[in-house]
Design a binder for this molecule. Structure first.
Ligand code: 5GP
Ligand code: ZN
Length: 112
């Protein structure tokens, strides 16, 4: 499968990894939108949030908890933003689900 993030999971494309276990991997975003900007992704390929199944809910919780834990490690305990873009209209460009974690600056609302 020609998936950029599957290639990062497989180690075929380098990434600045923050964390890895049997289910997820976290790495710094190549185009950071904040002083802290990393992505938490499942190792399993899931194209978009629309493709998440009921069986994936423990994995989704693990992604969220990993995001929280790493955000604290990155010094963002005072606040941070998590974003998951879904599909083209939601602004998703890489079709392997990923949670953005952004921090160390004041966030604005609404997002663009
Ligand atoms: P999306 O727009 O799909 O929500 O987010 C995709 C994110 O992946 C973007 O923030 C983009 O900067 C990041 N990205 C794209 N290609 C690479 C890459 O090769 N390495 C890393 N570390 N991040 C990437
Ligand atoms: Zn993939």
């Amino acid at each position: 499968m020609d998936c950029l993030f599957c290639k990062i999971v497989a180690g075929e494309i380098p990434a600045r990894k923050l964390y890895e276990d049997d289910q997820v991997i976290a790495f710094h975003d190549i185009g950071p939108q904040a002083p802290v900007h990393f992505l938490v992704i499942p190792k399993k390929h899931i194209s978009t949030l629309n493709d998440l199944s009921a069986a994936d809910t423990p994995l989704a919780g693990h992604i969220l908890f990993t995001a929280q834990r790493l955000a604290k490690e990155q010094g963002c305990e005072e606040g941070f933003r998590v974003v998951m873009n879904c599909n083209d209209l939601g602004g998703q460009t890489v079709h392997h689900i990923h949670m953005h974690v952004l921090g160390q600056r004041q966030m604005a609302w609404p997002p663009g």
